[in-house]
Design a protein around this ligand. Structure first.
Ligand SMILES: NC(=O)c1ccc[n+]([C@@H]2O[C@H](COP(=O)([O-])OP(=O)(O)OC[C@H]3O[C@@H](n4cnc5c(N)ncnc54)[C@H](OP(=O)(O)O)[C@@H]3O)[C@@H](O)[C@H]2O)c1
Length: 220
């Protein structure tokens, strides 16, 4: 892996590259790092899944971020589309954000005990652990505050990212740019009904095998 920013270096150690001193609880909730992959033209899926955009370098960064995470959160649409299973690391849990709380509880993510849901106070009862906050809509800040961790990794998708962005809860944004043009109608990495331009500063840019790995921190 080659580092292009903030300085140029070869054979960068991934664990060192993705270390970040600022990752501690902020405003009574875990630091929130979002990790996404997109094509050169901004598509976040091919055939409704992100796998076709990736490759071995991207898998290494994806896994490195999972190694750092204390907990993962993901939107229900992504958990369904990507057929989420339990993470490789024992004890690491994945919270699926859902309003309807109508998921396939037999899927390995839940049957393994690794999965839990993050939903509203008034959503139906569920046969797995649940963090509940808000009525009608998930109060994302309130739900995150209930997670007793330093670092939460969000793996998308665009709807959840857009809601997190709207609530200004994103502290760090990791974006892999895949060396292909996709066309098509796939959405972007964060989508919301209205625009919420929040400034970030680029902390790092890595490159390997044609992939670019951008890491940006929220300017507060
Ligand atoms: N390129 C990448 O890195 C990447 C990463 C992730 C996903 N993706 C792609 O993104 C696509 C899925 O997009 P998506 O926008 O549907 O994903 P999503 O954000 O994961 O899922 C949307 C669903 O998640 C739940 N949800 C999201 N935000 C919520 C909130 N604030 N409160 C309550 N529930 C919330 C709702 O589920 P309920 O309907 O259950 O209420 C909603 O219908 C897939 O094609 C996937 O492959 C790409």
């Amino acid at each position: 892996m080659r580092r292009l920013l903030p300085d140029v270096a070869d054979d960068v150690d991934l664990a060192e590259a993705y270390a970040e001193a600022a990752r501690h609880r902020v405003d009574g909730r875990p630091w929130l790092l979002v990790n996404m992959i997109a094509s050169l033209d901004g598509a976040i899926a091919l055939g409704e899944r992100s796998g076709g955009l990736g490759g071995p370098p991207d898998q290494r960064v994806f896994q490195q971020l999972r190694d750092l995470a204390d907990v993962i959160i993901v939107g229900a649409g992504t958990a369904r589309a990507e057929r989420y299973g339990p993470p490789r690391r024992p004890g690491l849990r994945i919270g699926v954000v859902t309003r309807r709380a109508n998921l396939d509880w037999t899927m390995p993510l839940f049957s393994s005990g690794a999965g839990f849901v993050i939903t509203t106070e008034d959503a139906p009862s569920v046969p797995v652990d649940a963090v509940r906050a808000g009525h009608g809509e998930v109060d994302l800040a309130g739900a995150l505050a209930q997670l007793d961790h330093e670092l939460a990794l969000c793996e998308g998708g665009p709807t959840l990212n857009g809601d997190l962005l709207t609530a200004d809860l994103i502290d760090e944004w990791c974006l892999t740019i895949s060396p292909l043009l996709a066309g098509g109608t796939a959405g972007r990495a964060a989508m919301s009904a209205t625009e919420h331009p929040h400034p970030f500063r680029t902390a790092q840019l890595l490159a390997e095998g044609g992939f670019l790995f951008l890491r940006a921190l929220r300017s507060r």
